[in-house]
Design a protein around this ligand. Sequence first.
Ligand SMILES: Cc1ncc(C[n+]2csc(CCOP(=O)(O)OP(=O)(O)O)c2C)c(N)n1
Length: 396
Amino acid sequence: MNKILDEINKPSDLKRLNIVEKKQLAEEIREYILEIVSNNGGHLASNLGVVELTIALHSVLNCPEDKIVWDVGHQAYVHKILTGRKEEMKTLRKLGGISGFPKTSESEYDSFDTGHSSTSISVALGMARARDLLNKKNKVIAVIGDGSLTGGMAVEALNDAGSSKTNITVILNDNEMSISKNVGGVPALLTKIRVKKTYKRSNNCIKRFFNKVPVIGKPIVNLAHVIKRTIKQAVIPNMYFEDIGFTYLGPVDGHNIQELEDILRKSQNVEGPVLIHVITKKGKGYKYAEETPDRFHGVSSFDVKTGETKGSNKKDYSKVFGEKLVELAGKDKKIVAVTAAMTDGTGLKEFSKKYPDRFFDVGIAEEHAVGLIAGMAKSRIKASFCCIFFFFAKKF
Ligand SMILES: Cc1ncc(C[n+]2csc(CCOP(=O)(O)OP(=O)(O)O)c2C)c(N)n1
């Protein structure tokens, strides 16, 4: 059978597909990514989670005139596949091969070089303001995960964008995961918003039921209305995004292409900043990645059938560091460890399990981590370890 993916070489090719074909395409892309990452290693779970979202974005937008800024950029494989780099994806993580992140020198469809988290809203806002100054009409969209939304820079950008009248769309890709489970107040807020959707649905069901009850039906509906208002005040959180100036749309099922396209089109008629809350499943479609998305966030090559990685079990610096810290912390209760959403990457997994009261994951918030540890160090916590994962900078 001919594959739909074989016929897709640029985003405009998507525009002649119907929804059934797009669903088929989504499955083919998942298989393709699984094949590449299981052979070469790479970021798996985040990419499997954005397949439908990326198809919908490229179906509705007109890239490269319209700009998509991918936060972190580790989830841009589907975007690369749909923008003419299908074959090159086979060279992922090979010497001289394709980048695993958006790269402006690689394609006109990559609007910005990313790698660090929480930068997309600032960059997109900059592009949107430049567009307005230049009297252009293109759309600008930042796609940011719920993990990256814990970063200070993202919150600073929301604050700026929300108070502006600038037309910009922020897509919040909410899968409840950073690399590990997302932490802090942001996930708590998002959970409350998701509850709102359940509440809305159950409210409609109750209404339909009571309306069918003869005679006493209507009065009960009125009573239900009063109860509803009371419950609403208790259940629905203060709409943070609306309060800071965004039009909030969603939450929407991030694996339903039709719903995604509808909401994206709707957002284009809204003036000012819009936030679309998209719910996705990290690792979607591959059993092992759905079950353990943290293990399949970034992986070395693995066996698709068993999910077992093929890499050696050699010790790296993080492992040696983590083991030593656990040993020292056993002898000294004033040793604490702080990480910015990189428990595994900085070798702190064992520490976090053994000494949970002396372990702090602050989210993707490195500046805050340093401030926090400084406060502890100033308050007689003798040995405070702030473990920050390092990225090598590259020349722009
Ligand atoms: C400043 C910074 N700190 C840490 C990282 C490492 N990192 C890469 S992806 C990621 C998690 C991102 O989570 P989220 O934004 O929710 O995206 P998801 O992978 O869940 O789609 C982290 C912590 C980074 N890229 N940049």
